[in-house]
Design a protein around this ligand. Sequence first.
Ligand SMILES: [Zn+2]
Length: 197
Amino acid sequence: MWLKKRESYEVVTLSVLFHNRNEREVDASRTLARKAGVKLHLECSLPYLREAVDLDEGLRSRLESKNIPSTLIPYRNLIFYSLGSYFAVVNDCSTVVVSHNKDDIGRFPDVSHEFVQKINELLILGAPDVPITVEAPLLNYRKEDVFALAVELGVPLSDTWSCWGTAEFHCGRCLGCETRKRLFASFGLRDDTVYIR
Ligand SMILES: [Zn+2]
């Protein structure tokens, strides 16, 4: 949001409400959209989209045996990028901006420069008269670089949500929480996040 606003874009945000999505994370996206002063904040409910951890044991075991995170939603980014493109067309936007970073490459099979390039080729095939482009401006940034950029842009980091759990507060133990703690500490910033542990 802040990155594109710095580039003088008018921004429309889209939050996808998939199965079991933490309401606190949904609240955080609303707060951030409001504070960024976006033109419009949209929410799309897709409760049948489940993360691998919420699917059957056999599928979860197969994914884990391939070191694919249990937070994967099968074909997630194909679905999310398509949804974003749809909402871009109907809201007169030209670009869909996704926020995957370099640390996601390899961890998730549908995060890569090649995946974004192929999606853009499909978008042209699917609607040649409607020029929508998917951009992933953070794909060359490590988590640390994204955090540094957020500090530089003045993002209210205390309003962000990092936990992969479903509790009311950050669990303090998942990879999202551990990374959050480490980054606040390494940048010497006060961390007001409430952690359960
Ligand atoms: Zn957590």
